[in-house]
Design a protein. Structure first.
Length: 433
């Protein structure tokens, strides 16, 4: 194993451990409500959590943009820029979170209007939303801090924060649901409490380990127009690209919900397989993000291209392993999540699509990490626009014949197209980069 592989693993493994707690937490939430005796609870948690995932995902530029710009500033050894990027990202995150809390009522109505769940699911999901919306300040502060840590080549802190946050979430949710007899409210409160615990730990680690950097801080010009325009120029492409991804994922959820509670529950279970794979592979994407940005900022093309090749090698290995695991144990996995036999039996018919996701998506995931690191955000936007158009056209064309199978086929092709367009862009521009 070469030195580049060791660098990648040093960054990837903590990110994988950190990321893997997120889908495991989602699985625990689904498993808790999956044993409450009704598929409505699964659908409600799916709708409620997906709304927040998408809402925060829209503002994912706070993590991605901060990571890429910080890693490049670190490669240039510009520590003043490093500290200013942190402060700028956290300040923007708090401003966005304040807007979410203030506008929570129209946001909730808009989200449920788009998803259009059945009335009984709507009532339960509304309860979940009303509680979890107050976690927006904690979540968006953590986005900025996580991106900054990754840009600083430190994936260990996000790992520790994520593990602690999710342990709190699981413990509190189980206590409230099984100890105090709460249902959806218990799961939502567990999530809210854990979010603020994670934010507190993030700030504590920042204070205890990076205080030496504050001597490089220059508060004058922190919100200077030119610097803010540069910050939002990078993040604007990421924001628009994220809107494309959100449109696809939200429509995927909505199209399933319109086919009834059973199909919504089926898609919720199968999406857990996609999430599990994606967060695992994101560990290597984060490594490409941090190392690629650092070597790009240091103007070291040999190390940059070596990083690209190595990260792709590890990503393909991960995709192959997950494909085999899902082939062998996918059916068993569905039975572990819920004891609703009707849901498990219905999900088995769509399982092959979930098995196809790792190999279909590996290229897009790895390129996302590399493109974020070098702030090639326009390429990310272009690939997402093209892939989203293909998704909607393909599904609308095949829906009358294949129904939910058309939805999954369109999603798999969407992942392939995203990766293909990014590959073409890199091959065209890699000499300049």
């Amino acid at each position: 194993m070469g030195s580049r592989d060791r660098q990648i693993l040093r960054l990837a493994v903590p990110s994988i451990v950190s990321n893997i707690t997120v889908p495991l937490l989602g699985l625990v939430d689904v498993a808790i409500v999956g044993h409450m005796g009704s598929a409505d609870y699964i659908g409600a948690i799916s709708v409620g959590s997906m709304i927040f995932n998408i809402l925060y995902w829209i503002f994912g530029f706070l993590r991605m943009g901060t990571s890429g710009m910080t890693s490049q500033a670190l490669g240039r050894r510009d520590l003043t820029a490093v500290t200013q990027l942190l402060c700028r990202s956290v300040a923007v995150g708090l401003a966005v979170a304040t807007a979410i809390v203030v506008l929570q009522v129209p946001l909730k109505h808009l989200a449920f209007l788009i998803v259009s769940p059945e009335d009984n699911i709507l009532r339960l999901a509304s309860t979940y939303f009303n509680i979890c919306v107050w976690g927006a300040p904690a979540m968006l502060v953590m986005y900025g801090l996580t991106g900054w840590y990754i840009g600083m080549q430190n994936t260990r802190f996000p790992m520790l924060i994520s593990i602690a946050q999710n342990l709190v979430n699981i413990a509190v949710s189980l206590l409230l649901v099984y100890g105090f007899g709460m249902k959806v409210e218990g799961v939502a409160l567990g999530t809210l409490i854990a979010q603020y615990a994670g934010a507190a730990i993030s700030l504590l680690l920042l204070s205890s380990h990076y205080s030496r950097l504050w001597k490089y801080a220059r508060w004058k010009g922190l919100f200077e127009k030119r610097k803010m325009l540069e910050f939002f120029k990078v993040n604007n492409d990421i924001f628009l690209r994220t809107l494309c991804l959100v449109a696809v994922n939200l429509y995927f959820l909505s199209a399933g919900a319109r086919q009834g509670a059973l199909i919504l529950a089926v898609n919720t279970l199968l999406v857990q397989l996609y999430i599990l794979f994606s967060y695992f592979l994101d560990g290597f994407a984060f490594a490409g993000e941090a190392l690629g940005g650092k070597y790009y900022g240091a103007h070291n093309p040999e190390a940059f291209l070596s990083t690209v090749r190595r990260v792709f090698g590890w990503g393909c290995l991960v995709a192959i392993v997950f494909t085999v695991v899902y082939l062998v144990g996918g059916q068993w996995f569905l039975g572990v999540i819920t004891n609703e036999r009707e849901v498990v039996e219905a999900a088995a018919g769509y399982l092959p699509w979930a098995i196809a996701v790792p190999l279909a998506g590996v290229t897009a995931f790895v390129w996302d990490g590399i493109f974020i690191g070098i702030t090639a955000t326009r390429g990310m936007l272009l690939s997402s626009v093209v892939a989203s158009v293909v998704f909607f056209l393909l599904y609308l064309l095949l829906r009358p014949m294949w129904a939910n199978h058309a939805l999954w086929l369109a999603f798999v092709i969407y992942l392939v197209v995203r990766g293909g367009v990014q590959t073409a862009i890199f091959m065209k521009c890699h000499k300049k980069w």
